[in-house]
Ligand binder design. Structure first.
Ligand code: AMP
Ligand code: MG
Length: 329
């Protein structure tokens, strides 16, 4: 059920039921982070493997002291600028967070979401909310309540509708060691912004295959149709066919194109979606997952994309496209 009834959401969460919640990044599937029963329900509804840990949401970094043993000064400084927001902090956990939340890791990922409805929910509860994205494991993350309803509607009692997600890609995950910040997943707060505010050169440590390292499984965020992240010279468009180097030849009307700000000339316009005609990476991030969903419903065989410029939010967008891409070099 899609609703804006926050009281009902509170009641369900207090009974260790799970509820889909809006955030500015993507919709989350939330449950009491202190309750193994609630957490189990999240993993089951998503069919998420238990080796992929969850992010825990609360209403202020200070409040995370309830369930973490230590918060470095630089995180407090960053929180002043970026929290609430699309920045997730890795912190050493207290026992009160069940091991299943963190896949047995000693750190817990903590975020303060920048969404009025969800912040007021968090303020009214006396426990934080563990919430991964509200989609079946491996599929595209939801950026509207309807996306959640389409895929998990029969598995969860309530979807709290807070409108379309403003940022549209997941949070940036950071860790700290001796005052130095490392990015473990690119997301809604850019590396450039973090560098500007910390004065540090920040390195990223993005993992593909080891899910105990923060971040990432290689195949993720994927549509059902095969998507290929390509270089321009891999695409050869003829009158009726399109040849993709090392992949195959397809009838031109069976190919969909996910573009940044330029159409793919000769490909039928009906099969193309541009993320941001004006070249704005923020707009592109906002539209990314909905555009992938839309292409997934079209009468086409494959989806191709050239990605976006690798800077600012483009890093997060290209990361998601890479993980959604079927093609492995
Ligand atoms: P999702 O909420 O679906 O965007 O997924 C959360 C992501 O955060 C996962 O890909 C995890 O690998 C990562 N994550 C969550 N908790 C931790 C942790 N304690 N250490 C490292 N990464 C984490
Ligand atoms: Mg996810």
């Amino acid at each position: 059920m899609i609703t804006q009834n926050i009281e009902f959401a509170l009641e369900l969460l207090q009974k260790n039921e799970i509820v889909a919640i809006p955030t500015e990044t993507v919709y989350g599937l939330a449950g009491n982070a202190y309750s193994e029963i609630a957490i189990q329900k999240i993993f089951e509804a998503k069919k998420r493997p238990t080796y992929d840990p969850l992010i825990v949401h609360t209403y202020s970094l200070e409040n995370a002291k309830d369930f973490v043993t230590y918060i470095p000064d630089i995180f407090y400084e960053l929180a002043k600028i970026f929290s609430p927001g699309a920045l997730t902090f890795l912190l050493p956990k207290k026992k009160i967070i069940p091991d299943i939340v963190t896949s047995n890791l000693k750190t817990v990922a903590v975020r303060i979401p920048n969404h009025a409805l969800t912040l007021s929910l968090l303020q009214k509860l006396d426990f934080p909310l563990a919430a991964p994205s509200a989609n079946p494991f491996g599929y595209i993350s939801p950026t509207t309540a309807q996306h959640v309803e389409n895929q998990l509607g029969d598995k969860i009692p309530l979807i709290l509708d807070g409108g379309a997600a403003e940022i549209g890609v997941e949070s940036t995950i950071i860790g700290e060691k001796n005052g130095q910040i490392t990015i473990f997943r690119y997301g809604g707060i850019s590396k450039e912004d973090l560098e500007a505010w910390t004065g540090q050169t920040i390195h990223a440590q993005i993992s593909n295959s080891n899910p105990t390292a923060p971040g990432q499984l290689e195949s993720h965020y994927a549509p059902k149709k095969k998507l290929y992240l390509l270089k321009k010279n891999q695409i050869n468009i003829q009158e009726k066919e399109i040849e993709i180097k090392n992949i195959g030849v397809f009838p031109i009307d069976k190919v969909g194109f996910l573009g940044f700000n330029e159409w793919l000339v000769n490909l039928p316009i009906k099969n193309q979606i541009l993320l941001a005609e004006n070249g704005d990476l923020k707009l592109a991030a906002q539209k990314l997952f909905a555009a992938m969903r839309e292409l997934d419903t079209k009468d086409i065989e494959i989806i191709i994309t050239l990605g976006v410029p690798s800077q600012h939010l483009g890093m997060a967008i290209n990361d998601r496209l890479q993980r959604a891409s079927f093609y492995k070099d």
